[in-house]
Design a protein around this ligand. Structure first.
Ligand code: ZN
Length: 451
C-alpha cells in the first residue's frame, strides 16, 4: 500500500473515535496504534483521584449516546452523527426543558453558523450540547425539548497514556510528545497522533545514538501525570507533535531556549526543506504541553513544527477541522521534515581537533586539490563515523567540493570541542549537510574527535 493510501486509511479509521481525557475512545486509539504500527509500547495509567503535582486526576468519563428531541419528536441534535455535539465530560441528563433553559446549555458559533464548536467541561460538572447556530434560528427549534445524555463518571477509573521507547546507543533521551484527547477533529490533533505513529515506526527501524521516548497522552493532565511519574533526568530535549497536516505553509514554534540544539536543528531541518519559506513563532508559555515541559522543575526544550498551527486557522476547534481540511500530502511533508530533524539531532556534536596548532596538511590526506583550483574529487566516506556518530545526512559517496574545503577551514578554526556542528554551520554560512560531511571526512582521517 502506498504511504498516501496508508495515511488516508489511518485517518479514516481513527477520526470517528470519541476521544477525551479518559475513557474507551482513548484505549481504542492506543490499541489501534499498537496493532497497526507494531509499536513496542505499553499503556500506562494513574487511578482517578490521584494527586499529580497541583492537580487531581479526574474520574474516567464514558458516553454512549446523547440527543435533543424537539416538540415534534424530531431528533435535532445527535451525538451519533457527530461526537462534537455533546460537550466533552458532560454530565448525564434526561429531562424536558423549555427553550430558555436549553439555550443555557447550548454552545454555537454565531460567526460560523454552519459549524459545530468543540467544547469541554473537564473540571466543572455540567451538561451541554454543541450545535450549528443555524439550528437555533430554524423552524426545527420548537419546544418543549427532551435532552438526553447517557454518560458516566467512574471514580475507580483511570487516566491512561501510551508510552514507547526506542533504545539508542546512548542513555540520553529525546522525548516525542503528542496528545490524544480531542474527538473527531483532524488537524488538531489526530494529525499529531498519526505523525507520531509513522515517525516512531521509522525510528524503530534505524540505528540511533539517542534513545527516543514517545508519549501519546491527554493534553495537560496527561503530561502532568506522566511527568509526576517519569524519571526525566536523561531527557536532553523533546518535540511536541501537533497540527501537522493542514494546508498552510510549514511553521515552527520555537522551544523556550532558541539556542538549544533542539530549536536550532528544527530550524535547519525546515531550511533544508523549504529555504526561508516557513513561519516562525517565538516561544510563549501557551499552546500545548510545552507549557508543562518548559516549567522550572522540568525544563525540557520542546519545539514544534506545524502545518497550520493551532490558533492560526479558523477551522480550529470546530467541525470544519474534518478530513477535508487535511491532506495526506501535507502529513507526508511534515513527516519528511521531522525525519530530517531527527537526522540532524543525531548528528549534533562538538568536534575537537586532535592537534590544535596551525592548519593540518590536508593535501597529503586527499582532502585538498592536488592541482590548484577547485576541489571536485570522488571520495569514499562511509555514512558512519565510528560507533558514536552515524546517520549523517549523506549517501555513502561524497563528492568533495569547494564548499567542503571551506568547511575544513572553518573546522580547523573552530573545532576546539566547545562549538557545535550547528554553530559551525551558522558561523560559516555553509549548509549543515556540507559541514557534517566535512566532519565525517576529517574524523575518518583521524583529525577530529567528536564530543
Ligand atoms: Zn486543541
Amino acid at each position: 500500500m502506498s504511504i498516501n493510501k496508508r495515511i488516508e486509511r489511518v485517518f479514516s479509521d481513527l477520526f470517528p473515535i470519541n476521544r477525551s481525557l479518559t475513557g474507551k475512545g482513548v484505549v481504542e486509539t492506543f490499541d489501534y496504534l499498537l496493532n497497526n504500527f507494531h509499536l513496542d509500547g505499553e499503556i500506562k495509567a494513574v487511578p482517578s483521584g490521584t494527586k499529580v503535582f497541583d492537580w487531581n486526576v479526574p474520574d474516567e468519563w464514558n458516553i454512549d449516546d446523547g440527543y435533543i428531541l424537539n416538540g415534534a419528536g424530531e431528533k435535532i441534535v445527535d451525538f451519533k452523527e457527530s461526537n462534537l455535539h455533546v460537550m466533552s465530560y458532560s454530565a448525564p441528563v434526561d429531562k424536558i426543558v423549555d427553550a430558555e433553559e436549553l439555550r443555557k446549555h447550548i454552545h454555537t458559533l454565531p460567526r460560523y453558523p454552519e459549524r459545530i464548536p468543540y467544547r469541554t467541561s473537564y473540571y466543572n460538572k455540567n451538561w451541554g450540547f454543541c450545535c450549528a447556530e443555524r439550528l437555533l434560528r430554524s423552524e426545527q427549534f420548537v419546544p418543549p425539548f427532551k435532552v438526553f445524555i447517557d454518560s458516566s463518571f467512574n471514580s475507580n477509573g483511570k487516566l491512561r497514556w501510551l508510552e514507547c521507547v526506542k533504545k539508542g546507543r546512548s542513555e540520553d533521551e529525546i522525548l516525542i510528545s503528542t496528545y490524544c484527547c480531542h474527538p473527531s477533529l483532524a488537524n488538531d490533533n489526530l494529525s499529531g497522533i498519526v505523525l507520531a505513529a509513522f515517525l516512531f515506526e521509522y525510528l524503530s527501524k534505524v540505528d540511533t545514538k539517542f534513545t527516543y521516548r514517545l508519549v501519546v497522552l491527554p493534553e495537560t493532565i496527561g503530561a502532568i501525570s506522566f511527568l509526576s511519574q517519569a524519571n526525566t533526568k536523561n531527557i536532553v530535549g523533546g518535540m511536541v507533535l501537533s497540527c501537522v497536516a493542514g494546508p498552510d505553509k510549514l511553521s515552527i514554534k520555537e522551544g523556550f531556549d532558541p539556542n538549544h540544539f533542539m530549536t536550532v536543528s528544527a530550524h535547519l531541518a525546515l531550511k533544508s526543506r523549504v529555504g526561508e519559506e516557513y513561519l516562525t513563532y517565538e516561544f510563549v508559555p501557551d499552546g500545548s504541553d510545552e507549557r508543562q515541559y518548559s516549567s522550572p522543575g522540568v525544563r525540557i526544550v520542546t519545539p514544534s513544527i506545524h502545518k497550520s498551527k493551532y490558533y492560526e486557522f479558523n477551522e480550529y476547534h470546530t467541525s470544519a477541522d474534518d478530513l477535508s481540511f487535511i491532506k495526506p500530502e501535507s502529513l507526508i511533508e511534515s513527516y519528511e521534515v521531522h525525519k530530517n530533524w531527527i537526522s540532524l539531532i543525531e548528528s549534533y556534536c562538538h568536534p575537537k581537533r586532535i592537534n590544535e596548532c596551525c592548519e593540518f596538511q590536508l593535501g597529503k590526506r586527499d582532502l585538498y586539490p592536488r592541482v590548484g583550483g577547485t576541489l571536485n574529487q570522488q571520495a569514499h566516506y562511509e555514512n558512519e563515523v565510528g560507533k558514536e556518530h552515524r546517520l549523517f545526512n549523506f549517501e555513502n559517496e561524497v563528492v568533495l567540493t569547494g564548499a567542503h574545503l571551506g568547511a575544513f577551514q572553518w573546522l580547523m578554526h573552530l573545532a576546539d570541542g566547545s562549538v557545535s556542528n550547528f554553530e559551525i554551520a551558522k558561523r560559516s554560512k555553509l549548509d549543515i549537510a556540507i559541514v557534517n560531511e566535512a566532519i565525517a571526512a576529517m574524523y575518518q582521517k583521524e583529525l577530529l574527535e567528536l564530543k
